[in-house]
Design a protein around this ligand. Structure first.
Ligand code: 9MG
Length: 278
């Protein structure tokens, strides 16, 4: 398993789980209500996440929450590129861009993005070709359906096996497109076309994705799988988010995508200290 991930001019160690801080620059972001739209607020948030121990900042300009509206290429570029440039000029941090659009990938890479995080796993037109011409890491996330309808009635024969089969196909298609396997990360896509039960099945069996030989990224932070299980509003999901982060890391996740960086870093540091005892 890969121990160091080359993200442009920066190297990300994966010997212990890394924390990816979420920066949504959408007006309808589900848990922060779009309040980071203002650049100065966003930059303060980024600075705080870095101080708190995030080693990656994930910028998203298209909300992927269930039922979210589509965003045009121009609108997404307008949301993402200025803040990417502002972060790159001020901070020494790996910036991941959460996008499924080839044009946004191209411009983000030109402006110094270190990771591409694609919830559609490079299935949109032109994405694999854009990435084949770079050497950046790419997160391939599993989603059943589309954000507009994905929670309507998700169906699997066997949720774990179906997602593994999906990854096998996507990895092969990436290889055929000229993308080196060593650059790929996989993410089962918690909440993306999964029932509550299926989300917890995946969390319990996350280690079953390890034979694919790629680092696992996980995002459960403040999601409905926590809120619906515990009957908690979005602003009451910290304990649930930390619990799921801890379980994911125990089952092999190498990158945890979160809103609450400081608390997650503390949680993962406790796990690391315990794991050092063996
Ligand atoms: C953008 N985004 C929202 N949720 C996510 C998740 O669980 N994983 C990844 N990779 N991206 C996500």
């Amino acid at each position: 398993m890969i121990e160091l991930l080359q993200c442009g001019d920066k190297t990300l160690p994966l010997h212990k789980p890394q924390v990816m801080g979420i920066l949504n620059v959408t007006p309808d972001s589900f848990s922060d209500g779009g309040k980071f739209k203002q650049h100065s607020t966003a930059l303060k948030q980024v600075e705080q996440m870095i101080v708190d121990g995030a080693t990656i900042i994930d910028i998203g300009g298209e909300s992927t929450r269930p039922g979210a509206d589509k965003v045009s290429v121009d609108e997404e570029l307008n949301r993402v590129i200025p803040i990417l440039c502002a972060i790159k000029s001020r901070f020494d941090i790996i910036v991941s861009i959460d996008t499924s659009k080839a044009q946004v990938m191209t411009e983000s890479i030109r402006q110094g993005a270190g990771i591409i995080n694609d919830v559609r796993a490079l299935q949109n037109e032109g994405c694999a070709e854009v990435l084949a011409n770079t050497d950046l890491p790419i997160c391939l996330m599993h989603m059943q359906g589309l954000p507009q309808t994905m929670q309507d009635n998700p169906k699997y024969e066997d949720v774990i096996n179906d997602i593994i089969t999906f990854f096998e196909k996507r990895i092969n298609e990436c290889l055929q497109a000229g993308i080196d396997k060593q650059r790929l990360l996989i993410d089962p896509g918690f909440g993306f076309g999964k029932t509550l039960e299926q989300n917890y099945q995946i969390l319990a069996h996350l280690h079953l994705f390890e034979p694919l030989g790629l680092p696992i990224l996980v995002g459960t932070s403040r999601k409905s799988m926590i809120g619906n299980l515990l009957n908690r509003n979005v602003d009451e999901r910290l304990a649930g988010s930390l619990s799921t982060a801890l379980i994911a890391a125990q089952h092999g996740a190498k990158i945890i995508r979160v809103h609450d960086v400081k608390e997650t870093v503390d949680t993962l540091n406790i796990l690391h200290a315990v794991q050092q005892q063996f």
